[in-house]
Design a protein around this ligand. Structure first.
Ligand SMILES: [Zn+2]
Length: 453
């Protein structure tokens, strides 16, 4: 009898980002080559990026297959073997957590996974859930990885999702400079605008598809659909051999972590969240060039920090005025004082107050700005010496330098989950992996990836 079978692998405390995708790529290819039928692409699931004890990427991987019940033990053996083998290969001092789940993903697991995007979940809660949904956990080291491994199995990517095609280096090249022509990346970026995203930072020209450092990832291209990212990859000039290529379905670029709106009074450290309120203090610049402004709702107020690295987002924050209405999204950090700060990842200005500047009147004869003749004495024109004893200072509407709208940091400061401006309005029509024809699509798509070197 055929059953759904799900495998989750956590990327816990990996200092070399991207390694777990490599493990998942090898495992997926191995299972497919053994004749097992995937229900979907391998999933790269980014979780709450504001948890400080997780690596920068905070991601986990899940594989979804349709398998004969009698072959489950064989698949488990392959999975654990692959994880152990690739972990050794990369010489990492870490042992990821692996979770197996037979049958459909239940609602409690879906809900757990949704909360793992924006909240802090305890290992104890993960253990209780694993028990109640009958998930089998293999913890090779600590149990912290259980949260991520379970969350990746339960991730619902059927609504908004994107794809990332990742090319891996051959072992002898790992650690050396990546030989990818930057010009070809720029050309690809132009050709595939709207279909791919975050290839290049437009302000600095920096190429964003290649990681730095000694991990096995040569490059990753993010985009809307498998075909576009595959074509984009084939467009690049790459002057080194590629060991393998894998397509991942992912929640990157979807703002999935900013979907939970909270009252300011209910904020807790390390949540990712969205608050709606009114600016209650004029922005100020603090050491390091960061801009701080305070936002108030009916339950309390919180300092919001737009860091120097957020570029234009910081500039916009500096132009806010008390009374402006805003929706602020980002991560909650505790300060030494015990107060909380919301680190701004996205700012939506929903309405601007009129600001007025009080100034001396202009001369009605020549238009020159008048000077005061003393308190309560009226004004006098400097140029034509006309006097206006009964005139007082005038209020002038000030020009607001910002408009209502959504403000984002530049791509180089994005989280993996940050939804880039180019994805605004993207709608997902049909989910993948729900019937046999899409399974064929998946295999076809993977087979069509030709390595262009
Ligand atoms: Zn005058």
């Amino acid at each position: 009898m055929l059953t759904e079978f799900h495998i989750g692998i956590d990327d816990t405390d990996s200092r070399l980002g991207g390694c777990t995708t490599y493990t998942a790529a090898i495992l997926f290819q191995e299972l497919v080559s053994e004749g097992f039928k995937p229900l979907d692409f391998p999933c790269l699931v980014r979780l709450n990026p504001n948890i400080p004890w997780k690596t920068r990427g905070n991601g986990a991987l899940s594989l979804h297959f349709s398998i004969e019940e009698k072959q489950l033990e064989e698949v488990k053996k392959i999975a654990i073997g692959t994880v152990e083998r690739t972990t050794d290969l990369a010489q990492r001092a870490t042992d990821p957590a692996v979770v197996f789940l037979k049958g459909r993903v239940s609602n409690p697991l879906r809900e757990f996974s949704a909360r793992a995007l924006h909240d802090i979940l305890s290992v104890r809660e993960a253990q209780q859930l694993a028990e109640s949904v009958d998930a089998e956990a293999h913890l090779l080291k600590g149990s912290q990885g259980l949260v991520g491994a379970l969350a990746s199995v339960g991730a619902d990517l059927d609504h908004d999702h994107t794809f990332e095609i990742i090319a891996y280096r051959t072992p002898e090249n790992i650690g050396s400079t990546r030989r990818v022509s930057l010009d070809s990346v720029r050309q690809m970026d132009t050709m595939f605008q709207g279909l791919t995203f975050n290839n290049i930072d437009p302000e600095t020209g920096r190429v964003l598809i290649c990681p730095h450092g000694p991990d096995p990832v040569l490059l990753g291209i993010r985009g809307e659909d498998p075909t576009s990212v595959t074509k984009a990859l084939n467009q690049l000039d790459i002057d080194e051999s590629i060991e393998r290529v894998m397509m991942f379905k992912t929640n990157q670029g979807t703002d999935a972590h900013l979907s939970c709106q909270r009252r300011i009074g209910a904020l807790r450290p390390y949540q990712s969240t969205l608050v709606i309120g009114i600016v209650s203090s004029a922005p100020r610049i603090v050491r390091g060039g960061h801009v701080i402004f305070r936002v108030l709702d009916e339950t309390g107020s919180v300092d919001c920090a737009a860091y120097h690295a957020t570029g234009s987002l910081r500039e916009t924050s500096l132009q806010l005025f008390p009374g402006d209405s805003v929706t602020v999204s980002g991560g909650i950090r505790p300060r030494l004082s015990g107060e909380l700060t919301l680190n701004v990842e996205k700012l939506e200005v929903t309405s601007l107050v009129d600001t007025v500047r009080v100034e001396n009147p202009s001369c009605s004869n020549c238009g020159t700005l008048c000077e005061s003749m003393g308190r309560g004495q009226g004004f006098r024109c400097r140029k034509c010496k006309a006097r206006f004893p009964r005139t007082s200072r005038v209020e002038k509407l000030e020009h607001r330098r910002i408009r209502v709208g959504v403000y984002l940091p530049p791509p180089r400061a994005h989280r993996h989950l940050t939804k880039p401006a180019s994805r605004d309005g993207v709608r997902r029509p049909t989910p993948y992996g729900t019937n046999n024809s899409s399974m064929d699509e998946i295999l076809e798509s993977l087979a069509s990836i030709s390595i262009a070197s």
